[in-house]
Write a protein that binds this ligand. Structure first.
Ligand SMILES: *Cc1c(COP(=O)(O)O)cnc(C)c1O
Length: 381
């Protein structure tokens, strides 16, 4: 069994995929061109924002977004403690100070009360300027943008939505990647919408930001490529990846996102029926939210139980993953910034000890899910 079966997806899409890829090679334009432009337009339309700007990966997208917002030395950037490293790496790379904030134990996402406390603590301490919040749509579930946007407004902070795992999610009718001043996603193969390599995208309604991003991603170009008006980077989505993504995006819109909802519902039911819920809680999707299910993650009652179950399932050839085994505040690279992080991070610590993500993808069959649940039952018996 595969954790996320990308080969099966390719089998389903093979005909269109091969012809999309071959057509790029026939035309011989490997950077830019209509596949990239059309894909950007389709993505902006779907999300409901004015501009979608493609780039080389999600980490570059975070970094360029922060550059556009002018984040750097002396700035405090608030990020959840429970996320992938890149969320804190991007502000640190630009000289800013990531402030790690605890998450809600039910949704795994940034806790607005902890966020407010962290902002207050930075203001009291006084050496850094609160500048930006980077909420993460962890495992496909949008963060609590209604609460976060109101805090950001009251405090005069930017919001950068890290939807690397969140593409396709919704909150009260608004789609992920439409929140904040700028939003980003990643097309890393295992994300909800992945390519066959690295890729990323930025989203914004702000014309000025979009223009700056267009320049930054091509060496700070001015009126043309060899007119360089600022220091930028080289961060583009390959034409081949754009062609691949166009095929995958159609499948995502037409049936994959709906299929993931079915697979999640089936897990919920099977796990409840098998009483796994006595030892582990199933994911909570609050009213008004839609998850794109980047991960289906259980939370066990203890660390010992989680580790035993993972070991037992591995013995049966069922792959599971721990996202994430280490809170960001225990990552050695972030140690120099920790003096500025004040609040408790206990909930993140508990999550790193008890979470376990199950095999999950839109092509998963009922039989495969039953096999996973039977193995869980046996391990817990
Ligand atoms: C994957 C991921 C990123 C980085 O995306 P890449 O395309 O791998 O650079 C950033 N933030 C989060 C939350 C992610 O999961």
């Amino acid at each position: 069994m595969e954790f996320r079966d990308l080969k099966r997806q390719y089998q389903e899409l093979r005909e269109q995929m091969d012809s999309a890829v071959l057509s790029v090679m026939d035309k011989g334009q490997y950077i830019g061109g209509s596949p990239v432009i059309e894909f950007e337009k389709d993505m902006a339309d779907y999300v409901g924002v004015k501009h979608a700007i493609s780039c080389a990966n999600g980490t570059d997208a975070l970094m360029m977004a922060l550059m556009v917002l002018g984040v750097g030395e002396g700035d405090a950037v608030f990020v959840p403690d429970f996320t992938f490293f890149a969320t804190a790496e991007a502000p640190a790379f630009l000289g800013a100070t990531p402030i790690l904030v605890d998450v809600d134990e039910e949704t795994f996402n940034l806790d607005p009360a902890a966020l407010q406390a962290a902002i207050d603590a930075v203001k009291t301490e006084g050496s850094l300027k609160p500048s930006c919040i980077i909420p993460v749509d962890l495992f496909g579930l949008p963060a609590d943008y209604e609460a976060i946007e109101s805090i950001a407004k009251a405090e005069g902070l930017y919001v950068l939505e890290d939807a690397a795992q969140g593409f396709g999610g919704e909150l009260n009718g608004r789609r992920a990647c439409a929140f904040g001043d700028i939003a980003i996603t990643s097309f890393f193969p295992a994300k909800p919408l992945g390519c066959y390599g690295d890729g990323g995208m930025l989203f914004t309604n702000n014309d000025q930001y979009a223009e700056l991003l267009d320049s930054l991603k091509v060496h700070g170009k001015g009126s043309f490529k060899y007119d360089n008006v600022r220091i930028g980077v080289n961060s583009r989505l390959d034409t081949l990846q754009a062609a691949i993504l166009s095929v995958k995006f159609d499948a995502f819109k037409n049936y994959e996102l709906a299929a993931t909802q079915e697979v999640a519902k089936r897990y919920d039911q099977l796990l409840t029926d098998a009483k796994i819920t006595e030892d582990a809680s199933i994911p909570l999707i609050p009213v008004g939210y839609l998850s794109s299910w980047a991960q289906y993650t259980l939370k066990f009652t203890s660390n010992e139980l989680r580790d035993k179950v993972q070991e037992d399932l591995k013995g049966k050839g069922i792959p599971t993953m721990v996202y994430y085994p280490t809170p960001l505040h225990r990552q050695p690279a972030l140690a120099p910034y920790l003096a500025h992080t004040q609040g408790s991070l206990d909930r993140t610590i508990r999550l790193t000890e008890t979470v376990l993500s199950l095999p999950f993808h839109p092509y998963m069959t009922e039989e495969e899910q039953e096999e996973v649940v039977a193995a869980l039952s046996e391990s817990l018996r």
